[in-house]
Design a protein around this ligand. Structure first.
Ligand code: SME
Length: 181
C-alpha cells in the first residue's frame, strides 16, 4: 500500500500499554508532558467516529496544552496527492499542500513522522508563518489503514520536539482515528 499501512491487528494491544498511566510514568520519568492531554483527548473522543469532529477536538486540546505549540492542525488528504487545510488552532494556515511539497507533504508521501528541528535546513519547507522554527508532522491513518490526513505541530522555538513526543502522539492518533470516517 503506497500511502497507507496494512491494518495492524495488535495496535490496540500496544495502545492499551501506552495509555496505561503507571506504565507511561515508568516509561517516561518524569512523566511526559503530553500524558495528561493524551488521556483527556481519549476521554473526549471516545465513541466519536466523525473525522472532522476528532480533528477539531484534538487540535484544540493539543494547542492549549503545551507552550511549545504555536500552531496545531490537520491537513486532510483530499486527492491522490493533495492535502487541504482542516481544523486548526493558531494563525492562518496555507490552504493546499501537494504531497510533493513541505514537511506535511513529506509525511504524507512517506507515511512516516517528520521531526524537523530546524525548518530552514529542511529543503522545501513551506513557511506559513515566518516565526516557525521547528515542526513535528505525523501521518494520520483511518480505519482501513489508508492515509486520511497529517497532524502538523509547529513551534516558534528551535528544536522544540523530541522523539518521545512522537512516541506519545503516534499511538494516540492511531487510537483516536481507528474508526474515523
Ligand atoms: N510548514 C508546513 C506547512 C504548514 S504550515 O506551517 C501551517 C510544511 O512545510 O509542510
Amino acid at each position: 500500500m503506497l500511502f497507507g499501512r496494512e491494518p495492524v491487528g495488535n495496535d490496540i494491544d500496544t495502545l492499551a500499554v501506552v495509555f496505561d498511566i503507571p506504565a507511561m510514568n515508568q516509561a517516561f520519568a518524569p512523566p511526559h508532558a503530553l500524558t495528561d492531554v493524551a488521556t483527556r483527548i481519549l476521554a473526549l473522543t471516545e465513541g466519536e467516529t466523525d473525522a472532522v469532529a476528532l480533528m477539531a477536538t484534538m487540535a484544540c486540546e493539543l494547542f492549549h496544552s503545551d507552550d511549545r505549540f504555536d500552531w496545531v492542525g490537520f491537513y486532510r488528504r483530499t486527492g491522490p496527492e493533495m492535502l487541504k487545510i482542516g481544523p486548526y488552532q493558531g494563525g492562518h494556515g496555507c490552504l493546499q499542500i501537494p504531497f510533493s511539497r513541505g514537511v506535511c507533504g513529506a509525511a504524507a508521501r512517506s507515511g512516516q513522522t517528520q521531526l524537523v528541528s530546524d525548518v530552514d535546513a529542511f529543503e522545501g519547507h513551506i513557511a506559513c508563518a515566518a516565526s516557525t522554527k521547528s515542526e513535528l508532522v505525523l501521518p494520520v491513518f483511518g480505519m482501513d489503514g489508508a492515509l486520511i490526513a497529517v497532524l502538523d505541530i509547529d513551534s516558534d522555538r528551535p528544536d522544540a520536539f523530541t522523539a518521545s513526543d512522537a512516541a506519545i502522539l503516534e499511538p494516540l492518533l492511531a487510537q483516536v482515528f481507528a474508526q474515523a470516517n
